[in-house]
Ligand binder design. Structure first.
Ligand code: PLP
Length: 377
């Protein structure tokens, strides 16, 4: 099955009990047992729920994994993954990962003795050097947020395999429609499904897929133990949103390519970050490992004042955190999504005060360009 077909028919195709063409919302916490331990596969909804099961099978299918998991948020997904590890374990993590990833690792899991080193994962040899005897996994995003830095996932996977550790990839920005990290050698892929997968700014959720059945067993044990699971209603919304992932991603990308090109031709923009642009340093790697470049663009307008001017003049581009929904969103990472990263560290990473990030929606691109033109004037 090709990806667009898989997105419609993947996972659990319909409801086996009634013939309903989609899986209904099983709004239920517990299940009748015929005798002690004799049941139809469900005992209690923290452990398993049919609607959640449908979205879990679905993410496993579209990511090319053997088992999927659905959580109450992307951070719940990551926190559950990290909870498989022990005090003293060490992770090598991308140096411009999502602000919440940085925060949970350095302000929560550090208290349990989990150690992290942040490196530029776009250089596989830098990743290799950062791996020590206690390192258990590498965690990365490609492209990263907000500078759209591209990591060669297969090159890092070679290093993690050689060292006998796991590669964990946050695939939120690309989605399984454009990129499948498990096929590039990663062991665990996770998503903030709040973004493109849900796609309509109405669900907070996290999804995970793993390549190995035993790892799947371990993760299910921790998922069930911690209990940060996705409820049946949100599982349903997520399934519904994901059916149109293919058509949405095509539109996001077509609009983003136009806007990135338009921005890069303007002399009043300091820099444009979009992997689809040929002069982007990660362009070739992105073109090799993914089928598309996505819908996220960052650009530097030169100063905080000018960034604020742009934000105050846009209407179709809604000022909001988050990304990946049908409506275009605009934000300033330094003051919003990345505010939890200390100012000196932001400066080191190049997340300047004039950096504006847009999540290009699926509106008519002419309206989007006209609006940006007015906002930048
Ligand atoms: C939003 C986001 C997260 C966190 O997901 P939540 O659903 O908000 O908990 C993690 N990684 C990336 C890349 C994100 O954009």
């Amino acid at each position: 099955m090709r990806m667009k077909t898989k997105l419609i028919h993947g996972g659990v195709d319909g409801d086996p009990h009634t013939g309903a063409v989609n899986v209904p919302i099983y709004q239920v916490s517990t299940y009748k047992q015929e005798a002690v331990g004799k049941h139809k596969g469900y005992e209690y909804s923290r452990t398993g729920n049919p609607t959640r099961h449908a979205v879990e099978e679905y993410i496993a299918d579209v990511e090319g994994g053997v088992r999927g998991f659905a959580f109450a948020s992307g951070m719940a997904a990551l926190s559950t993954i990290v909870s498989m590890y022990n005090t003293g374990d060490h992770f090598v993590v991308g140096d411009d990962v999502y602000g919440g990833t940085y925060r949970v690792l350095t302000k929560v899991f550090n208290r349990f003795g989990v150690d992290v080193t942040f490196v530029d994962t776009s250089k596989a040899e830098v990743v290799r050097e950062a791996i020590g005897p206690k390192t258990k996994a590498v965690i990365l995003e490609s492209p990263s947020n907000p500078l759209l830095k591209v990591t060669d996932i297969a090159a890092v996977a070679e290093v993690t395999k050689e060292k006998g550790i796991l590669l964990i990839v946050d695939n939120t920005f690309m989605t399984p429609y454009w990129q499948n990290p498990l096929q590039l050698g990663a062991d665990i892929v996770f998503h903030s499904a709040t973004k493109y997968l849900g796609g309509h700014s109405d669900v907070v959720a996290g999804l995970v897929a793993v390549k190995d059945a035993e790892l799947g067993e371990q993760l299910h044990f921790v998922q069930n133990s911690i209990g940060a699971v996705l409820g049946p209603q949100d599982s349903y919304y997520l399934l519904r949103g994901m059916k149109t992932l293919g058509v949405r991603m095509e539109e996001h990308e077509a609009n983003a390519r136009r806007i990135a090109q338009w921005l890069s031709e303007r002399s009043d923009i300091v820099s444009v970050y979009y992997p689809g642009l040929e002069n982007h340093p990660g362009h070739d790697v992105a073109a090799k490992q993914a089928r598309g470049f996505g819908g996220m663009i960052s650009f530097d307008v030169g100063s905080r004042e000018r960034a604020e001017q742009v934000l105050s003049r846009t209407k179709i581009f809604t000022l909001a955190e988050s990304l990946g929904a049908v409506e275009s969103l605009i934000s300033v990472p330094a003051q919003m999504t990345h505010a939890s990263i200390p100012a000196e560290r932001r400066a080191e990473l190049g997340i300047t005060d004039g950096l504006v990030r847009i999540s290009v929606g699926i509106e008519d691109v002419e309206d989007l360009i006209e609006e940006l033109e007015r906002a930048l004037a």
